[in-house]
Design a protein around this ligand. Structure first.
Ligand SMILES: Cc1ncc(COP(=O)(O)O)c(C=O)c1O
Length: 301
């Protein structure tokens, strides 16, 4: 497998892919994206990723000019060019090259630029995290809503750097009201008094696809779950914590602000959930996502 890239339908080696310097994604972070992982040639959770891409476009007033089937076929062609293994897919849509380096949307003549990057997947499922509660705030919803997965990730880049400078591997960021939002590229779940609590969307965070799958899955495993405002003190007193994301699935939090939990390993309920979730997602891929993907690509179902 190799790293390949599809820019507006043209597939090349990733190292040969180019975008114009006037592209607004490059100049202003004026873009949206999704990270999808595949099992073989099937993207996991494609319907959810497509729905979120559309919501992100609406969130930054970007008109998408391609339909789902066209995008899915481009991804399938890029996957085929990259090889057969499990892949990391990054789908980026920028607002395209403007007529001048001017932020005014009146200069954004478009059309959008569609980029699909495919790489062999580096397995990260279950990767543990040591988190630090940092000073830097998550972007306010009224300024740049974290619910839109835009290419402007400086808030997260700097948050992660701050956590790393504190000896952690990831950050937890609060909002302006002092409530916890999320980590740099994951959502957070905390076990509090026997209930798995995760911050509500109104705290200002990305509606993670893994988060949504877990909100549905946890009660079916007999776990109690709640979307609840969390304070840093709740994170510090939680009996177990984990991060969730497409690449990580469930990643146990082993340290909070340098303090080890469970001897620096996963909590017992987290460990059990990691196994149960992986099995459930394998079944969901075969029974739901694979046929849905083949239908949208027009190759079956
Ligand atoms: C800021 C942020 N929060 C949460 C997530 C997790 O979302 P998902 O489960 O859809 O991967 C991501 C993933 O990239 C992210 O960047």
């Amino acid at each position: 497998m190799t790293n390949v890239c599809n820019v507006d339908g043209v597939i090349t080696a990733e190292s040969d892919a180019r975008i114009p310097v006037l592209d607004r994604g490059f100049l202003f972070g004026d873009s949206i994206y999704e990270v999808v992982r595949t099992v073989g040639d099937v993207p996991f959770g494609w319907p959810e990723h497509w729905a979120r891409l559309r919501a992100s476009a609406a969130g930054i007033a970007m008109q998408l000019d391609l339909d789902e089937a066209t995008v899915a076929r481009r991804i399938a062609a890029t996957l085929a060019a990259g090889g057969n293994g499990d892949s990391y897919v990054r789908l980026v849509v920028t607002r395209g090259a403007g007529q001048a380096p001017n932020i005014d949307l009146a200069y954004a003549s478009g059309p959008p630029c569609w980029i699909v990057m495919v790489r062999p997947l580096t397995p990260m499922s279950g990767k543990p995290a040591q988190v630090a509660l940092i000073e830097r705030l998550r972007n306010d919803r009224r300024a740049l809503d974290p619910a839109a997965k835009s290419g402007n990730y400086l808030n997260n880049v700097l948050g992660l750097a701050e956590a790393k400078a504190m000896g952690a591997t990831d950050c937890l960021m609060c909002n302006h009201d002092g409530f916890v939002t999320e980590a740099s590229t994951s959502n957070v779940f905390a076990l509090l008094d026997g209930v798995w609590c995760t911050p509500p969307l109104h705290a200002g965070l990305l509606a993670g696809i893994t988060r949504a799958l877990l909100l549905d899955f946890l009660p079916r495993c007999g776990e109690r779950v709640a979307e609840r405002d969390l304070r840093p003190a709740d994170i510090r007193r939680a009996s177990e914590l984990f991060l969730s994301s497409t690449l990580r699935d469930i990643g146990p939090v082993t340290h909070v602000d340098g303090r080890a939990l469970h001897g620096g390993g996963a909590g017992p309920r987290t460990a059990a959930l990691m196994t149960a979730f992986a099995e459930n997602m394998t079944a969901r891929l075969a029974g739901h996502y694979a046929p849905a993907w083949r239908r949208v690509c027009g190759t079956g179902g």
